[in-house]
Write a new protein. Structure first.
Length: 58
């Protein structure tokens, strides 16, 4: 039982940094998706800007 708990803890520690590093990529992907939707609705790309703002600065 102790080996299972140790393995789970080790897996959590190894996977945590990859989850944190994935966040900026997902923000860029969401921004790109939103930009494409706006353009698909007939708004020229040079008529708007989207900026990613960290949560603590929003």
């Amino acid at each position: 039982m102790m080996k299972i708990a140790t393995a789970i803890a080790a897996l959590a520690l190894v996977s945590a940094p990859s989850l944190v590093m994935a966040a900026p990529g997902s923000c860029e992907r969401v921004k790109s998706d939103i930009e494409q939707r706006i353009i698909n609705n007939g708004v020229p790309a040079d008529n708007f800007t989207l900026t990613i703002v960290p949560n603590d600065q929003a």
